[in-house]
Design a protein around this ligand. Structure first.
Ligand code: NAD
Ligand code: UGA
Length: 453
């Protein structure tokens, strides 16, 4: 069997590497229009940072895992084609700011239709609005009526930073389809390493909608606990204690209740907005408003965090130096898409602070690009260690939960900082009491009222 995956990104690369790893007899070809990305996949310096990925790519690349910019030949040769391209929020025209921009999906469908010569199974791996399979089927059928295309929905649930373990032991594999044979073909691939009871099949539309719903529910939990974190700060309740207490109820569950500076990542916001747009499209105004609140709460949380920093630092950070620890949207990834760090740093820059930023994986060039300050105008300094960022700083702001941050030598760091030295932990990873004992004024999210450090 031959697989071709269109899109060598955060999903296409790791997912195909796992299939190649588990199925040595299947030839897996990952193609992309982005030459630089493909070059990186073929080098020792992979284009994405993901624990455990280097090892499995090194083991399979050149054997049954290949990366190429030649697309048509590999589509033609494949039995199964995964579409794994981006589906960002539309920035123009009808639905701008909400609807999914499906132009990359459509380009893939048209390309498959134009080059395929025999029957293909086409798998939607990208996250798409419910009923997109219908559009794909129509494009394929119109382009090549003589070829039989089976379109399946097989959304991906991996999270960045844990992609390899998520792929190795997924909670479930979801396959939506209309006829048994192609569904079984795909189920058999996953069945090589995923217990069969975890491979569930549904109709196409349930599968498509389950992906948007899963992300909406996950993000909703974060916004819910973040909403409570604001109340904790007003009342001296501790959000970690509240989360622990409610999470022990098995109906609530303990995961995804970490209060934070806000959720980031390329998908939560985009997928909820997409859900909101779909609800509006179907005339379900109340449902749309209900889900939109999850995004609004997240925006509020990011703003609230930067506001708290300014307020606590005597209502001004102008000309003050602030050490920013972490820029990725979560630990163990170099991805900064929709990272809450971008919003918080921009707020602080608007307040005329000078930022010294350190992230162990995000390149400085990307940080500058995300902040729109590509020239070194003295507002942003990229640092090579967490400690370096704190030299002469008035405050440390923790925006990504990199494990190493909790183990820095805070006693030494304190010596090198302006006084009073502040810590604002947007991820609740450091021991605030220990920092206070060293002399810091230390704050977390949902822990302690402002001014009571
Ligand atoms: P990405 O931007 O990292 O990768 C997409 C790739 O597709 C890019 O490299 C781009 O060059 C390529 N591409 C676009 N059009 C192409 C074309 N016509 N031919 C060939 N290549 C083309 O995106 P991603 O993070 O991998 O996400 C892909 C999809 O998976 C999205 O729909 C996303 O919502 C979904 N998803 C992402 C994650 C995640 O953790 N990032 C998890 C689950 C689902
Ligand atoms: C998320 C989902 O977890 C995946 O199942 C899904 O496949 C993926 O989106 C997608 O569709 O793209 P991801 O965004 O990679 O994965 O990472 P998460 O672990 O979900 O974290 C998202 C954001 O929420 C991060 O900024 C994280 O720091 C934040 N978060 C997470 C919290 O603030 N609190 C929590 O308790 C959990």
């Amino acid at each position: 069997m031959k697989i071709c995956c269109i899109g060598a990104g955060y999903v296409g690369g790791p997912t195909m590497a796992m299939i190649a790893h588990q199925c040595p007899d299947i030839e897996v070809m990952v193609v992309d229009v982005n030459e630089e990305r493909i070059r990186a996949w073929n080098s020792d310096n992979l284009p994405i940072h993901e624990p455990g990925l280097d090892e499995i790519v090194a083991a399979r690349r050149g054997r049954n895992l290949f990366f190429d910019t030649v697309i048509d030949d590999h589509i033609r040769a494949a039995d199964v084609i995964f579409i794994c391209v981006g589906t960002p929020t539309k920035t123009f025209g009808a639905g701008a700011g909400r609807a999914a921009d499906l132009r990359y999906i459509e380009t893939c469908a048209r390309r498959i239709a134009s080059v395929a010569e025999d029957d293909k199974i086409v798998v939607e791996k990208s996250t798409i609005p419910v009923r997109t399979a219908n559009s794909i089927k129509r494009i394929l059928k119109a382009g090549k009526p003589e070829v039989n295309f089976d379109v399946l929905s097989n959304p991906e649930f991996l999270a960045e930073g844990t992609a390899i373990s998520d792929l190795l032991e997924p909670d479930r594999i979801l396959i939506g389809g209309e006829s048994e044979r192609p569904v079984e073909t795909l189920a058999a691939i996953y069945g090589r390493w995923v217990p069969r009871e975890r491979v569930i099949t549904t109709n196409l539309w349930s599968s498509e909608l389950s992906k948007l719903t899963a992300n909406a529910f996950l993000a909703q939990r974060i916004s819910s606990i973040n909403a409570i974190s604001a109340l904790c700060e007003a009342t001296d309740a501790e959000v970690g204690e509240v989360a622990h207490a409610i999470g022990m109820d098995s109906r609530v569950g303990s995961k995804f209740l970490r209060a934070s500076v806000g959720f980031g990542g390329s998908c939560f916001q985009k997928d909820i907005l997409n859900l909101v747009y779909l609800c509006e499209h179907y005339g379900l105004k109340e449902v749309a408003e209900y889900w939109e609140q999850v995004v609004k709460m997240n925006d509020y949380q990011k703003r609230r965090f930067s506001h708290r920093i300014v307020q606590t630092m005597f209502n001004t950070v102008s000309q003050k130096t602030i050490a920013i620890w972490g820029f990725a949207f979560k630990k163990d990834t170099d991805d900064t898409r929709e990272s809450p760090a971008i919003a918080v740093c921009q707020d602080l820059l608007n307040e005329r602070a000078h930022l010294k930023i350190f992230d162990p994986e995000v390149p400085g060039s990307r940080i500058r690009e995300d902040l729109g300050c590509e020239d070194d105008e003295g507002k942003v300094t990229i640092c090579h260690s967490a400690e370096e960022a704190t030299e002469g700083a008035h405050a440390i702001v923790i925006l990504t939960e990199w494990d190493a941050f909790a183990h820095e030598d805070f006693a030494k760091i304190y010596q090198g900082m302006e006084k009073p030295a502040f810590v604002f932990d947007g991820r609740n990873i450091v021991d605030l009491e220990a920092l206070k004992a060293l002399g810091f004024e230390a704050y977390g999210v949902g822990r302690g009222r402002p001014g009571t450090s």
